[in-house]
Design a protein around this ligand. Sequence first.
Ligand code: SAH
Length: 348
Amino acid sequence: MLLLSPLPINLLALDFPGVTAFVSKLGWPKYRARQILRWVYQSRIRDIHQMTDLALQDREYLQSFVTIGRGSKPRVLQSGDGTRKFLLPLEDGGTIESVLIPEGRRVTLCVSTQVGCTLDCTFCLTGQMGLKRNLRAHEIVEQVLTAQDHLSPSGHITSLVFMGMGEPLANLDEVSDAIHRLTNTQWGLGFSPRRITISTAGLATRLHETAGLGVNLAISLNATTNEQRGRLMPRVNQLHPLPELLDACRTYPLSRGRRLTFEYVLLGGENDSATDAKRLAKLLKGIRCKINLIPFNEFPGNPFRRPDEAVVIQFQSLLRQSHFDVFIRKSRGRDILGACGQLGDLPL
Ligand code: SAH
């Protein structure tokens, strides 16, 4: 046959050079690669026969050894607040979770990058699953295609956040490949990189590798001393202690007009004191950034608790006194375990 890949060939699993090579092996002109990919990513077709700008006989030929490779139907959980969680079955029996969050005119999709997670942060449900496996680029992109399928024809995803299950920087090759497909305007999904955010628990040595992607970077700091971070986020802090992480943030090559985001999960009685707020302000002094506070989302079996709202507001105002832009993240989809830190193995 044409290629050494196993048959049928999954178009979605090929990157752009892969599709180009494939098209040229068929003896077709190069532009066909773009044409085919537009159908897959922009029109989201599931059947080769829908590629109506290819001659019928070419479609039939393709159909004989190529699939588009879209997965089976997701389970969709609908929250009372409009948030939807998609559970996408994988071929090997695993499940990918993504969460669609409409808010006014904005529609944010939170995507996963791993099944489970490499890390073991104590306040995160995904962290308790261990790592099942890394997602492939097309499995990351498919979360976007699936969510878009569930929107009305005039509805569009306006931002993408890599804040679902997994640690994106532990799977950066596939994440980068996915971002290329998501941002390509000729044949891909055409998202502006400014509308995409990657969030990391702090794989300090890989932070700088994300700069070339042009997307926003968020760092889940969550603690104000090395000792505290070591307790709350043991594995990542052992790999890259707090001072090393902050150094990597300080030297991150931010483009003009851009800033880092620091996320800070507020855990009642643990890291939400006035002393923590002041220490946090000191740690971040001089870094061009904004801060997102995330009141802890509870889940069964976890001992941490959500702080009272007054404590959250107080924490915010202390940071504001030090002239930081500080936002409190609304928890969305808590009733379907779709909020930050609630993605994982619980039966629903
Ligand atoms: N591994 C990456 C991507 C996951 S993003 C990272 O850590 O950044 C998930 C975000 O939700 C992180 O900021 C994390 O700190 C936060 N989070 C995890 N568990 C949470 C919980 N139970 N309640 C609120 N936020 C949580």
